[in-house]
Every structure is written in C-alpha cells, then in structure tokens.
Design a protein. Structure first.
Length: 357
C-alpha cells in the first residue's frame, strides 16, 4: 500500500515533534518545515532525523509561514495527503509586543496554505488547523466552553487564531476542501517551551532542587487553565483528519486549575514545603527547607498581560463521542512527567558545573 504523505508546519515545536513521532510510527512519510535560525532549533526532533529507520521517511525543508512563494512551492512539490498547520507565533504575552508579526504568522500564514491547496486543486489533501482555547474569553460568569460557544479573543494571538479558524471554515464551505480545526486547550509536556508558565515552574523547581536557581518571578497566578498532556492531544490532531467529514472539535480535559494550584502540586511532588503570604504584587512564596525559610517566588508586574483570559475550561463531549478521546495523563501525572524530565536536565547541569570547577 502507498504510504501517506504528511506535511507539518511547526515541526520543531512541542506538538510538531510529538506529531512527527506519531506519524512515523503510523508509517507516514513526514515532511516538516523548519525556519532558518542562527543556532540549532531542531533539538526536539534530532532523534527522528538521525534514526536510520526514518531515513527515507523523514524530510525537513527550510520555510516560513510569512513567505507565500515558499509555502506554495513546498506544497506543489510534496503534494501531501495531510497538512498539519502547527506553526505559529504561539506566545500570548509576546503577541502584545509583536502583534503585526503574530497576525502574519498565526493568521495570514494559514491563508497562504489554504490558497496553495485551492490554487493547486489538491482535491485529496486534508488540512488541520491548530485552533486554540484563546479564541474564547469569559463574558461575565465562569462557564465551560464547547464547539458552540461564542468567540471572544482577548489578545492579538487570539485574534490572529480566530482569523485562521474562520478562514479554515470558509475554505471548507466555499471550496469543498477537507479542512478541520482542533480547538485545543492548554497542553503541556517536558517539551513545552520554557517561557510558558507550566514549564517555567517545573524547570525552576528542578533547578532550585539542585541549587542552580534562587528565585522565580511570575505574573497572574490566579489565572485558571484546562491543562492536558501534548502526547494525548496530538493523537486527536491525527484522528480529526481521519474522520469521514471535516469538522471542528474541542480537545480539553474538562478540569481547570489555577497557576498557583499548579505550583502547589509541583512543590508537593518535589518535596518542597511552600507557604504563601501577602496579596497582589506583594504576594510571596516562602520555601521552608531544612528549617530555613526563604522567599523563592515573587510576583512581577512585567509578567502581567494588558488583557487576560482569567478562566478556561473545555467541554470535550464531542471528542469523547466521535474521536474516542481518552487522555492517559491527569493533572498530577502531567506535572510528574514534566518534573522528572526537568530534574534529569538540572542534575546533568549540576554535575557539569561541578566538573568544571
Ligand atoms: P510551539 O512549541 O511554540 O511551536 C511553534 C512552532 O511554530 C515552532 O516549530 C516554530 O519554529 C514554528 N514557527 C514559529 N514562527 C514560524 C514562522 N514564521 N514560520 C514557520 N514556522 C514558525 O507551539 P506548540 O505548543 O507546539 O503549539 C502548536 C500549535 O498549536 C501552535 O499553532 C499553537 O498556536 C497551537 N496551540 C497550542 C496550544 C498549547 O497549549 N500548546 C493550545 C492550542 C493551540 P521555531 O522552533 O523555529 O520557533
Ligand atoms: O500562560 C499566566 C498567564 O503563557 C498561562 C499557548 O500555548 O495556551 C498557551 O497560552 C497563564 C496565563 O499559556 C506567568 O498570564 C502567570 O494566564 O503558559 P501561558 P497561555 O497564555 O494560556 C493556549 C491555549 C495557546 O494557544 C497558546 O499558544 O499563566 N502566567 N505568570 C504566566 N504566563 C507566562 N507565560 N509566564 C509567567 O511568568
């Protein structure tokens, strides 16, 4: 049987790397788009590239979602059966600083792919768009978001992703393209970028454990998120493209925790006694270790965003029914997975530093 060909944008990111692993396991030929950077940016996929089993199944191409010709030429050459558009300027905080660039990549980038599919008349190519819970924003009381909820984005990132979400639906309805979106709530893993809050916390705690770091500075620790594991979620991205008809799906756990609850659970797992004191910008986290008390968490104004989504929780009923969504990771086991990995990394650094002395 002919092997399926997939093209993944954002293959060097958290989701892209897990998705590439999954597709290779399913015997796909995987093509990925990587950006030219001044230092190596393939750390999450190097193990796939050097694996001799993947030699003829894994190809990387230089490209950028802001470059229409490049996107068009790659799609024309590869003629993929499935395109997963995971590439994005994905940091909500950064999108307030670089709103125009964020719109170009996370908004118009999607249009560039859809236009290439349309123009090349690729009738059999299926398209997956990485939509996000940042399309939603609370209006009044807390609620659980589902596929029928109104979109109220609160950031340039959310607005760019809303454009991508709608243009995907418009190309599906107007040109009959098999184009689907997964509206994914926050998902984390040991491969999560280090500036996202969960990884910032687990990385800090692991480094603190080995004496490599003193203090952690955070923003709004009362924001609540519906956190799942990226490994569970990329499987749904694939499943969404295996449906008979294109459609949109919420992928979420249905549980929501604050950043502070995440810290408390992570501290518990690593064996740190934490006590909170104060309010607002004066709130501090105090670590009690070996009968010594030390302020190790502080709140910093610069980590607050000009606008914030305070509460997110998703209703995953459609995904459970149609995609048989059954996540393997819980809130606690997600944190455990991240801590184990970050402790390993911190321990290696501690040994290196000792050997250097
Ligand atoms: P990520 O780790 O930040 O990865 C983003 C990827 O996009 C990286 O490979 C990055 O390349 C690439 N990229 C950035 N700018 C690009 C450009 N101009 N042209 C081409 N590629 C570019 O994100 P993730 O967490 O894996 O998320 C994957 C997708 O799902 C993103 O679209 C994100 O917005 C969306 N999403 C994420 C979550 C979540 O909780 N993780 C939830 C909902 C939706 P470099 O490695 O070179 O930077
Ligand atoms: O923030 C608060 C922050 O940056 C989570 C992206 O993958 O998920 C992600 O977006 C919460 C926010 O993720 C810090 O204000 C407090 O309320 O980890 P985050 P995010 O903004 O939810 C969605 C679904 C996506 O689609 C995005 O691509 O934590 N917070 N203190 C902080 N956040 C950060 N980054 N750093 C802090 O110091």
């Amino acid at each position: 049987m002919k092997k399926k060909i997939a093209l993944v944008t954002g293959i060097t990111g958290q989701d892209g790397s897990y998705l590439a692993e999954l597709l290779l396991k399913k015997k796909y030929i995987v093509h990925g788009i990587i950006r030219k950077s001044s230092s190596f940016n393939t750390g999450r996929i190097d193990h796939l590239y050097i694996d001799p089993h993947n030699k003829t199944n894994f190809y990387l191409h230089y490209g950028d979602l802001t470059d229409s010709n490049n996107i068009y030429n790659l799609i024309a050459k590869i003629k993929p059966d499935e395109i997963y558009n995971l590439g994005a300027q994905s940091h909500v905080g950064v999108s307030f600083v670089n709103p125009e660039y964020t719109s170009e990549v996370s908004g118009i980038g999607t249009l560039r792919i859809l236009e290439a599919i349309r123009f090349l008349n690729l009738k059999k190519t299926k398209f997956y768009q990485a939509s996000t819970s940042e399309l939603f924003g609370e209006v009044g009381s807390k609620k659980i978001f589902d596929e029928k909820s109104n979109f109220v984005p609160k950031s340039p990132y959310g607005a760019a992703k809303l454009y991508s979400h709608w243009i995907t639906k418009i190309y599906r309805e107007s040109y009959g393209i098999f184009a689907s979106s997964g509206i994914l709530f926050n998902h984390e893993s040991p491969r999560r970028g280090e500036t996202f809050v969960t990884r910032k916390i687990t990385r800090f705690l692991a480094r603190k454990y080995y004496g490599l770091e003193k203090k952690l500075y955070l923003g709004n620790i009362y924001a609540k998120r519906d956190w799942g594991h990226a490994k569970d979620y990329v499987e749904m991205q694939w499943k969404i493209l295996q449906q008979k008809k294109p459609d949109d799906f919420i992928i979420a756990t249905g549980k929501s925790y604050s950043v502070k609850e995440f810290i408390n659970e992570a501290c518990k797992q690593i064996g740190f006694k934490i006590k909170w004191q104060g309010k607002g910008l004066k709130e501090i986290g105090i670590l009690n270790r070996n009968n010594k008390k030390e302020v190790f968490i502080r709140i910093e104004k610069r980590y607050f965003r000009p606008n914030e989504v305070h509460f997110l929780k998703g209703k995953n009923f459609k995904a459970v029914r149609k995609l048989k969504f059954k996540p393997k990771y819980s809130f606690k086991s997600l944190i455990k997975d991240m801590l184990i990995s970050d402790l390993k990394i911190a321990r290696s650094e501690m040994i290196l530093r000792k050997n250097d002395k």
